[in-house]
Ligand binder design. Structure first.
Ligand code: NI
Length: 135
């Protein structure tokens, strides 16, 4: 029997959407105020879905403490109160859009959790704007 387990988490981070090959005007056209040179912040809300078989002995798909510790260590500690463009390796050369942040988080978590689990990551950049990977 497969069941989906969910865990929510949160981090604050600053970013700037920017393509260095473009002029400021081109960046403004595509990214609007999100390309402001001095960065801006978001309260990112993260929802992680883990699908797996229920272990007949424990009755659990995954220990939620294990999952919450993993998200804390691998995602929150890495990105919380950081400038994504300047302070992280992941976004030094990758535009920190919600889409790219979501995909990076998915890569980290699905790598750590291994093949026994199907991971889906939903990332809210604002309460109304959110993305999900895999689509
Ligand atoms: Ni933004």
């Amino acid at each position: 029997m497969k069941v989906a387990v969910f865990r929510r988490a949160h981090f604050n981070a600053a970013h700037r959407l920017y393509n260095s090959d473009w002029s400021y005007a081109q960046n403004m056209d595509v990214f609007g105020i999100c390309t402001s040179p001095n960065f801006h912040g978001h309260n990112y809300e993260l929802e992680v879905k883990v699908v797996g078989e229920v272990d007949p002995v424990t009755g659990m798909v995954i220990n939620l403490k294990t999952l919450s510790d993993l998200i804390k260590m691998e995602i929150e500690d890495r990105f919380d109160h950081k400038n994504l463009n300047l302070d992280t390796d992941e976004f030094k050369d990758l535009n920190p859009t919600a889409e790219n942040i979501c995909h990076v988080i998915w890569q980290i978590l699905s790598n750590k959790l291994g093949e026994a689990y199907e991971v889906t990551v939903r990332l809210y950049e604002t309460p109304r704007n959110y993305v999900e990977f895999p689509a």
